[in-house]
Design a protein around this ligand. Structure first.
Ligand SMILES: [Zn+2]
Ligand SMILES: [Zn+2]
Length: 318
């Protein structure tokens, strides 16, 4: 195997190594508990309160990983060097792929069957479709904010199980909101939040929504689909305005931080009640965003870019 030779002969190249490893080898390199223990200990040292990437000496790392057999420790450490671990004069450290792996282990991303169960938690807002309480629940490894009565589904996100442990109600709701917001913020800005590829919005008007767990009636909705990595989100057209400066400024000028408001509290954002279809070929929309006696009216084109906006009603400052 080229990798054996690499470990033995190219130690000095560790610090700048990378690139040549194929994905099968990258996965195969991890199929051993000793290697996972080494990555864990280097990661734990780096995650300690001291700032910066930790370097551990050979003996220190061996003792922290609790591997008595020196031959076995050396063999597996050598395997990890290059892609996951670098050897430098100060000691061994995680390389970036090793850091990603450690974060995955800590967040429980690969082992979420062990995630804590979540009793249904009412979010304090009533369903915009039927008026029953909206609740947080789990579906497989997804966290879902939905109406338990009519199945209108307002948020569906994957949360690492780590994010669910020891959370009070407010903290849990805030985590779900911020997490789903950052995903949609990235998607609507044209980047897949998982693999960083470019994503273009598409407007769909199929009768059934992409999720069969969502019974909302939407005349049209936005789809963000990363055809590289399976990344997928869809949203009412109006919801895309949650991530636009024009809407954030409209709320800010009235003393509210729009980015802090969970979407399920905003009727206009999670339904299409204030969205008007101005044209279908190409698509064009007008969305009314009401807030405390005034109304922001925004026009969107087929790429869901803002092409016009105005404030109407009592507080019109124009
Ligand atoms: Zn409902
Ligand atoms: Zn992607």
């Amino acid at each position: 195997m080229p990798d054996d030779e690499r470990g033995a002969n190219e130690a000095e190249a560790d610090g700048s190594a990378g690139g040549a490893l194929d994905v099968e080898t990258a996965f195969a390199l991890l199929a051993d508990e000793t290697r996972v223990a080494i990555v864990r200990e280097l990661g734990a040292a780096t995650a300690s309160p001291e700032t910066g990437i930790a370097h551990l000496g050979y003996a220190d790392l061996q003792s922290r990983a609790d591997i008595r057999d020196s031959g076995r420790f050396n063999y597996h450490l050598t395997k990890l060097r290059g892609n996951y671990v670098a050897k430098e004069p100060e000691g061994y450290r995680l390389r970036w792929p090793g850091m990603v792996l450690y974060r995955t282990l800590v967040a429980g991303r690969l082992t979420d069957d062990a995630a804590p169960s979540l009793g249904d938690v009412a979010v304090g807002t009533d369903c915009h479709r039927c008026g029953a309480p909206i609740e947080v629940s789990r579906y497989e490894t997804l966290v879902r904010v939905r109406c338990g009565t009519c199945d209108a589904n307002y948020t569906d996100i994957y949360l690492p199980s780590h994010g669910l442990i020891d959370r009070g109600r407010e903290s849990l709701l805030s985590t779900i909101h911020r997490r789903s917001r950052s995903i949609m913020d990235s998607m609507t800005a044209g980047h897949c939040p998982w693999c960083a590829r470019a994503v273009e919005p598409e407007v769909h008007d199929d009768e059934a929504l992409p999720s069969r767990h969502d019974t909302r009636d939407l005349d049209a909705y936005a789809v963000y689909h990363c055809t590289e990595c399976t990344g997928f989100q869809y949203a009412p057209i109006a919801q895309t305005l949650l991530y636009r400066p024009v809407t954030i400024a409209f709320f800010h000028e009235r003393g509210r931080d729009l980015t802090a408001i969970p979407r399920w509290e905003l009727d206009w954002a999670v339904t299409d009640r204030t969205t008007e279809i101005l044209g279908r070929d190409p698509w064009r929309f007008a969305v009314r965003v009401p807030f405390e006696g005034s109304e922001l009216v925004v026009e969107l084109d087929e790429r869901l870019d803002v092409v016009d906006s105005r404030v109407t009603a009592s507080e019109n400052r124009e």
